[in-house]
Design a protein around this ligand. Structure first.
Ligand SMILES: NC(=O)C1=CN([C@@H]2O[C@H](COP(=O)(O)OP(=O)(O)OC[C@H]3O[C@@H](n4cnc5c(N)ncnc54)[C@H](OP(=O)(O)O)[C@@H]3O)[C@@H](O)[C@H]2O)C=CC1
Ligand SMILES: N[C@@H](CC=O)C(=O)O
Ligand code: NA
Length: 438
């Protein structure tokens, strides 16, 4: 039997999907069971790099999601609306969904999965996190036997590309961002990438899968890379670190057997050069999962771009088709969702406030060059139980002394209290950078 695909969106990822579907040779044999039925776009006159028969293209996306001939709707338009409504309407019409839209899933996942479970259809989203890297299905299936402790990822290709080029070439932020947009890595509105929101959407999805509950996106702390400067990249290097935008979901040390508690956050982070994530560069993503009994396992690959992301989309389509074929052969009716493929989480995970986070900090101060300032900083941190690993004067900037402090693991709340006191010192001119250290 041939399964008909309704494709919403023919941009970077949609085009990659059509390229795979129209060149099935040497790939999985189930590809020959797929047929592209309709393709929805915004503009019919836009030049396309793939050949689509004129009568297959439409700007009426609603007609696609209600078309009785279509089995699987592939949503690749991005953004919140009309994507959310089209997905819900498609589900209502009994279509299975494949989407790369982390923004919609992280905000409306509950609504979408409830509707899908009710209707007995699948919603697959491998492309939504880590682009082509298989990480959603492994978390759902292959790692199911583990108690996950931490998921740490570089999950935004655009910012990793920018940080890599800033470090290697001393390149200018805006020039590199324009390249990332040209290469199709950035979101339609690249502030989602730069401000850590895209990584926030993705870590919310990963945390939900890893820790078995829903995540309220507004509780995910997101800090982007706007404030990362060439100076900090250079200091970090001298101290044996590289700066990466990390997304981290972990069980909080304050969790108890009665009350599970997570920490879910995105922020630029100093990563020691020997750490497995330190060498993940350019558009590559990597997700390091730590669990019991597996220990560490890392997923690595291209996190954005046409072909890699399309690879994940088409694999999701194949997974659905494989199950549909099996059900057809066994004449299972109505459809009983495959336990390892659907989402059944009902409760919300409790997320700890950032004040309770235990982490190391790197902080750069510009101070008047007066005697005793280093001692004064050290004393203040000590009074707030912030233990210092190193405190060094690194140089002068226009008559101001530059002092870099690296702490041991400290409670973020204590660190913030010390900083607010330090900001009031006469000697302090400014605190240009505060970054967490892994
Ligand atoms: N690019 C990447 O590397 C990755 C992207 N993703 C996700 O994949 C999804 C698609 O991204 P990408 O391919 O880059 O996006 P693009 O902007 O390149 O493509 C969007 C496509 O959707 C169509 N479209 C957008 N809005 C509408 C609308 N309201 N009505 C009809 N058509 C519409 C556009 O039509 P037209 O062509 O006529 O303008 C275009 O074909 C997003 O959710 C994104 O977050 C996920 C992983 C990686
Ligand atoms: N804009 C995203 C695209 C993939 O999700 C990124 O840069 O990672
Ligand atoms: Na993926």
């Amino acid at each position: 039997m041939v399964f008909k695909i309704g494709l919403l969106g023919l941009g970077t990822v949609g085009t990659g999907v059509v390229e795979i579907l129209s060149n099935p040779e040497g790939r999985h044999p189930l590809l020959s069971e797929l047929s592209l039925h309709r393709v929805g776009v915004r503009s019919l006159s836009k030049p396309r790099s793939v050949n689509i028969p004129e009568d297959m293209l439409t700007t009426d996306l609603e007609a696609i999601v209600i078309d009785p001939a279509i089995d699987i709707v592939v949503e690749l338009i991005g953004g919140l609306e009309p994507a959310r409504s089209l997905i819900l309407q498609a589900i209502e019409n009994g279509k299975h969904i494949v989407t790369a839209n982390k923004a919609v899933i992280s905000r409306y996942g509950s609504e979408i999965f409830d509707a899908a479970n009710k209707k007995g259809v699948y919603v697959m989203l491998e492309a939504a996190v880590g682009g082509g890297i298989p990480v959603i299905q492994p978390l759902k299936q292959s790692l199911g036997a583990n108690r996950i402790q931490t998921v740490t990822g570089i999950i935004n290709g655009t910012t990793n590309y920018i940080l890599t080029r800033m470090k290697n070439e001393g390149a200018d932020f805006s020039e590199v961002l324009a390249d990332a947009q040209r290469l199709g890595y950035a979101e339609a509105d690249p502030t989602a990438d730069i401000d850590g929101l895209d990584a926030g959407d993705k870590i919310a999805i990963l945390a939900s899968l890893a820790f078995g509950g829903r995540i309220k996106l507004e509780q995910v702390y997101c800090e982007g890379i706007r404030k990362v400067t060439a100076t900090d990249i250079t200091y970090a290097e001298k101290l044996g670190f590289v700066i990466k935008l990390l997304a981290i979901a972990s069980r909080s040390p304050q969790a108890t057997p009665e009350q599970d508690l997570l920490s879910v956050r995105v922020h630029p982070t100093l990563v020691t050069l020997s750490h497995p994530l330190a060498s993940i560069n350019d558009v590559y993503n990597a997700i390091l999962v730590e669990g019991e009994p597996i220990g560490q396992v890392m997923f690595f690959g291209r996190g954005a771009g046409s072909g890699p992301t399309a690879s994940a989309v088409v694999s999701d389509i194949l997974n659905i088709v494989a199950v549909l074929q099996m059900q057809e052969a066994e004449v299972v009716n109505p459809i009983i969702p495959h336990e390892m493929m659907n989402c059944t989480h009902q409760h919300y995970c409790k997320i700890a406030p950032m004040e309770d986070l235990v982490t190391r900090f790197y902080t750069r101060f510009l101070t008047k060059d007066s005697p005793g300032v280093i001692g004064k900083l050290g004393t203040c941190f000590g009074q707030h139980h912030v233990s210092i690993e190193s405190i060094v004067q690194t140089g002068f900037h226009e008559n101001l002394a530059e002092i870099v402090v690296v702490t041991h693991d400290v409670l973020e709340g204590n660190f913030n209290q010390a900083l607010s006191e330090i900001k009031g010192f006469d000697e302090i001119d400014s605190i240009p950078s505060i970054l967490r250290v892994l």
